[in-house]
Design a protein around this ligand. Sequence first.
Ligand SMILES: NC(=O)c1ccc[n+]([C@@H]2O[C@H](COP(=O)([O-])OP(=O)(O)OC[C@H]3O[C@@H](n4cnc5c(N)ncnc54)[C@H](OP(=O)(O)O)[C@@H]3O)[C@@H](O)[C@H]2O)c1
Length: 328
Amino acid sequence: MKALVLHREGGDVIPAIEDIDESMLPEGDVLIDVAYSSLNYKDGLAVTNKGKIVRGEFPFVPGIDLAGTVVESDSPKWEVGDNVILTGWGTGEDRWGGYAERARAKAEHLVRVPRGMTLKDAMLVGTAGFTAMLSVLAIEEMNVTPDMGSVVVTGASGGVGSTAVALLARAGYNVAASTGTASAHDYLRGLGASEIVDRSELAEVPSNPLSKGRWAGAVDSVGGSTLANIIAHTMRHGCIAACGLAGGHKLDTTVFPFILRGVVLYGIDSNTADLSSREVGWARLADAIQGGAFVGVEEVIGLDDVIAFSEKIVKGETRGRVVVKVGA
Ligand SMILES: NC(=O)c1ccc[n+]([C@@H]2O[C@H](COP(=O)([O-])OP(=O)(O)OC[C@H]3O[C@@H](n4cnc5c(N)ncnc54)[C@H](OP(=O)(O)O)[C@@H]3O)[C@@H](O)[C@H]2O)c1
């Protein structure tokens, strides 16, 4: 089978497209014909060896997402022919991932592709879109309603950000899209953003930790000083879904917004999300797809293009979601 394989050579990690034997696949009770995978920021880091993403043994097949069809199953939960999604649970980090024509998975890690969603749609969403969905569910769970004020999305032109803009707009929120990509303004308005904020406006830690309330909610894929800025500008009882670190992992803030405004900082970890949140999230994503929410979000590439696109995604040069066509 064709695969993108990472080899460790000294301190380097070298990616290569190769034909490998299916017997090399790790253990698991379900064998899947992979139709599509996707390229996330984390995949870019893994392929370019810029972050310590891969914890499994080398040689290693990365790709944190996959969608495909079951071809063998030792589990009563899955039958040959079932269409399934695998995201998270260490896929592409400590277990082989989606950049190969076949994958072996644990039955309990798989989610059924919801009615109305194709395998390609599932990877248009992928981990980034599922993370955006969990972020929107968090904001809703914390009772932030559209009448309370705008919701800001940072890193808006990226995979998580683009999907979050579309999902929030669809749920009736006034969405402020924060971006550093001037060419993405029309695209973001097309997804439903009603306001564009230049990312430099939110880039500094404000001197006042309780600055004027500007947002009722936030989906933050940037972290660092941007997250500190947003926390200071969140209105009373607002909620920030903190899901990324594209701009940094340190957080310089105070407890004041939490204890004087009741602001909620809601951490999102899509990797270990439980099965019920996965089923709720994917069903809602299928609705959004059927409603045309993500039109224009994706770019489709082949397995051969993943190495070059990995360089692009870590430099912030991709837009929306990158879908990887793996199977024939
Ligand atoms: N918590 C989870 O479960 C989870 C799951 C998936 C992803 N993530 C994290 O979420 C983040 C986004 O992932 P993604 O797949 O959407 O990546 P992506 O497609 O590369 O998008 C990231 C976006 O962030 C903005 N950005 C990049 N560098 C920046 C910088 N130095 N300062 C400020 N903004 C910057 C850019 O948007 P603009 O040009 O529009 O500003 C970029 O498009 C990553 O940190 C990723 O690790 C977390």
